[in-house]
Structures are given as C-alpha cells and as structure tokens.
Design a binder for this molecule. Structure first.
Ligand code: HEM
Length: 366
C-alpha cells in the first residue's frame, strides 16, 4: 500500500517536472511534421525546420567560415549592452534589425554577410533576429569537434533600437579598456577569457585584407585549446610580414595574432585562467558554456523564453590532444602566470607548422 502511494506520488512529481511554462513536455519524443526530427517539446519542432535550412544553406554543417561568423555575431549583437548607460538592449537582434546603423560601426566590419544570411532565414521561418542569432551561434559551435553543446532559449522579441557605437571591444584597445567595457556589460575577466575560447574557431578577414581567412590558431576547424597555447608562444618576425592595426607578431607562418589576445594571455588578471584551459578541455567547455549562456540572454527576461536546447546538434568529440605545433618547443613558451608554470606539452611531429587560411564560402575570399 505504502509502495503504491509512493509510486503514485512519483508519477505526479515526474509529470509536474515535465510540465514547462510553454505547455506540456512529453516524456517521449514526438515526430516533428515535415522533418526527420523528433522533439520532447512539440513547441520546439519548428526550430528543426530552421536547423535544416541553416545547416544546408548557410553553415554547411562544417566548422568553417560561416559557423565562425555565426559565433562572432552572437558577441557583437549581445555586447551592445550596458549596466550603467541607457543604451543597447543586449541579445536582441538589433545588429540585424538596425543593420544600416550597427553594421557601419568599424568594430562590426565583416559581419554583414552572416547578418544578411541570418535575416533571410529568420524572415523565412518567422523568427526574431535575436533568436536566429543565438540559434545559429549555438549550431555553428556544435559544428566544431570538441565544442560543448550550448543551450538555446527561444522567444526574444525584436529589438526596438540600435546599440551605440563603442560597445564592441577592439583588438587595438588596452586590457584596461577591454576589461572595463566587459565589466560594464556584466562580465568578469575570467568570463571574458572563457568567451575567448571562441577564438579557437576563428580567422580574420578584415584585420589585414591582403590575407583574408588568417586563423588565430593552427586548428580553426575544431574547438580545442590550441588558441590558448599558441597565444603564449613567442612571436616571430617573419621577413616581409608587416603588422596592421590591432595585430602583433604571431609564432607561426599563416597565423594571425590579435594585439588584445596577446595582451590578455599575459596580463596578471587573465593569464592564469587563460593557462588553466590548456590541458583541461572540460573546464574550458564548462566555463565557455556558462559565459555564453549569460551572453545569450543579456537584456532578456528568461521567464519569457522557452528552452529548445534539444534542437542543437551534438558536436563530435575531439581527436587531438593539446600540443605544441611542429617546430616549437617548451623554450618558445612565454611564462605569464605567476602562480603556476605553463603545462608541459608534447610537440607535434613533422616539418614546421604552416597554417592554412580558412576558405570563404562566398568564393571571393572576403
Ligand atoms: C577582447 C574581445 C575581443 C576582440 C578584441 C575581438 C576581436 C576580433 C577580431 C579583430 C576578429 C577578426 C575579424 C576580421 O578581421 O574578420 C575577430 C574574429 C572573431 N571573433 Fe572576436 N574579439 C573579441 C571577443 C570575442 C568573443 C567574446 C567572441 C565570441 C563569444 C568572439 C568571436 C569571434 C569569432 C568566432 C571570430 C572569427 C570570425 C570569422 O572567422 O569569420 N570574439 N575577433
């Protein structure tokens, strides 16, 4: 009798647990009409149609240029937020809604293509620009081996005003200026370092337009800790290689090093967290996920958002281990964290590493 009552109670608790603010969540997946997908929450089904469109026509299910840009626009949209000043509303899609204003800001150079692609997908499926940016960012990250599966909440209303110029940090700014801007948006130095794991799946087209697609690490097609390793190697003066504004000497032929990444990798406020991710992918992924979740709902009331994380694909696991690029040794490492020595790493075997550019999807190299 007691067991029967307990079982009954468990069923009630379980049913309540599965009841979400947006309706009843089934404990069994239901087929989503018009797709090959199934969802626990039928209210999330429509996001599978968006997923198919995005993966087929924009991101190409690869950790390439478009997936990288989809992550970058997440930051540039959301960071237009301030705790102290009355401007910007955070992760609200204003960078698309008010593209004629925000895409003209120098810091947003190169965002126009992904903004146009995402606008089309959002308009086709009747989604808000704030939602499509966060969704594409999470899917883009999931296209990279080793990445965490980010959360996705849907239901952001469309933006009503553009962000102000000056909210997006720039590569030529000092660490003090960058940390102050991030603090004003609600992020600690540790959280900024966690967000910068994004630069492991990244390349620059606009810092030096003569070498578009120049990656920030030797493995831009995976979400590993190589970015945190390679930014701590000595820069090399390669013959004939000058440096544009916001760029400093990199350690590898074909690699781009931002002045801000160089400085943050060595600053006493950020260097130890930077280094802590090198041999701890789990920690890096957890901290990145947490900081990205915070970024994705900046300025939003999460009570009005619906959790459709089940639509985000599962990333493949990483097939490599943290290493020094071929041709480098521990003697090339620059110490920066006073508390802990740089971790010992094996060197990849082979001729000195030459980093290949990330190919652009539009075929014109821009
Ligand atoms: C200190 C803060 C940051 C600075 C100064 C910075 C600066 C830059 C610059 C200059 C580029 C190259 C743009 C180009 O020439 O095409 C870039 C690319 C990129 N950034 Fe950042 N960034 C910062 C933080 C972030 C954060 C927090 C994220 C994401 C959460 C992010 C994601 C990316 C991605 C994914 C790319 C590559 C885009 C592509 O390959 O198309 N960045 N960043």
């Amino acid at each position: 009798m007691v067991i029967k009552s307990l079982l009954g109670l468990l069923v009630v608790v379980f049913t309540l647990f599965l009841t979400s603010q947006a309706g009843v969540v089934s404990y069994r997946k239901t087929q989503c009409a018009g797709t090959v997908h199934k969802a626990f929450n039928p209210a999330c089904c429509k996001w599978f149609r968006v997923l198919d469109d995005l993966q087929t026509n924009v991101l190409h299910s690869t950790c390439g240029d478009a997936s990288h840009s989809a992550l970058r626009i997440v930051f540039h949209d959301a960071i237009g937020f301030s705790k102290t000043k009355k401007f910007g509303d955070g992760a609200d899609g204003s960078i698309i809604m008010f593209g004629e204003t925000e895409l003209e800001f120098a810091a947003n150079n190169g965002i126009d293509e992904i903004a146009g692609d995402l606008k089309r997908v959002a308009d086709t499926h009747g989604k808000s620009y704030g939602d499509i940016i966060q969704f594409a960012g999470a899917v883009g990250v999931a296209n990279c081996a080793g990445a965490p599966r980010l959360k996705f909440l849907a239901g952001r209303p469309n933006a009503t005003r553009p962000a102000s110029e000056g909210t997006v940090p720039e590569a030529f700014q000092s660490v003090d200026t960058i940390l102050a801007r991030m603090h004003d948006a609600g992020f600690s130095p540790d959280e900024l370092v966690a967000l910068l794991a994004s630069h492991t799946m990244a390349a620059a087209d606009k810092v030096d337009i003569t070498i578009p697609g120049t990656p920030f690490d030797s493995t831009p097609d995976s979400f590993d800790s190589q970015f945190f390793i390679e930014t701590r190697l000595k820069g090399v003066a390669f013959p004939g290689k000058g440096h544009k504004r916001g760029e400093v000497a990199s350690p590898l032929v074909g690699e781009m090093r931002l002045q801000s990444d160089f400085a943050l990798a060595r600053d006493h406020r950020t260097a130890c967290t930077w280094q802590s991710f090198i041999k701890n992918q789990t920690l890096m992924n957890q901290c990145f996920s947490y900081a990205m979740e915070k970024l994705s709902v900046l300025g939003q009331n999460t009570k009005h958002l619906l959790d459709c994380s089940e639509v985000i694909p599962h990333p493949e696991s990483l097939k490599t281990i943290p290493h020094l690029p071929a041709g480098k040794t521990m003697a090339d490492v620059e110490q920066a964290c006073a508390a802990t020595p740089f971790p010992k790493l094996p060197t990849a075997i082979g001729p000195a590493t030459i980093v290949k550019p990330v190919e652009s999807c539009d075929g014109d190299g821009n």
